[in-house]
Ligand binder design. Sequence first.
Ligand SMILES: [Zn+2]
Length: 441
Amino acid sequence: MTTPLPPHPPAKLPRRGILAGAAAIAGISVATIAAQLGSAPAAHAVGKPSGPNAQGRPLTTPPLIIEGGTIVDPETGDAVEDGVLVLDGGRVSAAGTRDQTRKAVAAVAGRSQVLNASGRWVVPGLVDVHVHANALADARAILQGGATSVRSGSSSFYQDVALAALPEWAPGVSPRMTPAGLFISPDLGDSLLADPDLAPLATLSGGVKETSDLAYLTRVNLQHGAKVIKTRANPRAGLPGQDPRELVYNQEQLSAVVKAANGAGVLCHAYSAEGIDGAVRAGVRSIEHGVFVTESTIAEMARRGTYFTPTMDAITSMATSSDPVLAARGKEYTPILQAAVRAAKDAGVTIVAGTDSFGTDVTPIGTEARLLAEAGLTPLEALQSATVHAARLLGQDDVGRLVRGSLSDVVVVDADPLADVSALERVRVVVAQGAVIRNGL
Ligand SMILES: [Zn+2]
């Protein structure tokens, strides 16, 4: 049995507020506590630390012109040959023909870097809606693969929250990150140490399962800076000892997570028909993996606007595992998942590209787009799954296209992705937050 946790912490209450609340409950004054603690801890508890560059001087990049390539717009499928793209001040200041961009080019003349993309195709920085990044090297590997915006599928110690802060200070160090914080899962393991507010969860012998505890963990995540919440309906498929068709959390438990998320989108790892259906009806924003989704749940997803992240690469790559259980699983699941993708497409469910990359073991997001095309999406639809559709899921209308005002994230590839989307796997150039972090021209 588990004991329900106290309702604290209320959302967004600063430490001083918590201190005052605790003091009020204990019937003593804040001044008494502060005197006991001494002044140093109180000083640490408020404001930001002082130190080098504390006043804030972010690194900046010079304007960038990418000229001569064919600029592709994933929203419309239009392409401009011999196009010119001008990036200035972190945004696209112009994109189009040489004529259309003449003014913008003149405005940055003499202070811009110029890349000649003749014979290549220019697409927006790609979006991977399911990654696990826990280190700077992970962030670097994601960028090198062409994903300049990502949604975290959880990290172990809020590294994703810290990575999310980097682009504003140091362009090109991390992709733009929508952090999920800790995985809402029964067993936190060492992630229990990620925030002192998690200590009460150490009392739960059966793990995080009561709805009140699930809500508490969700609130700690949000308080720590998570912008989305990652949870699960089923065990993992990638571990031979686990059966991904067992149920971890039912609809009632997932509803508690969705409610506590308070509008932050919930992404739910789910495999079984029952698990996926419960998650969809609980109101999650997206289904991750979703192998055994049924026709009726697909209809419900279409009705609610639930997104589908099939993570094709994560499933298909199991087939080549040296573990016989995983290899059999990969072979069994792949055609089922491909059929699910086609059924979802036919029903009007929005399909988004997520690799489920973990650490530095990063699958280029172009590979996921290719696998989605192999499952039945057109090249344009596959490109959209890694650009405009994914951007919509993240709530970012300035990502996924290269039009005036778009954020300055660009990928240059060798061939036409509208003819063969596998072109996205052969990344030549990556520009992230205006910084050229890969240049094979
Ligand atoms: Zn994952």
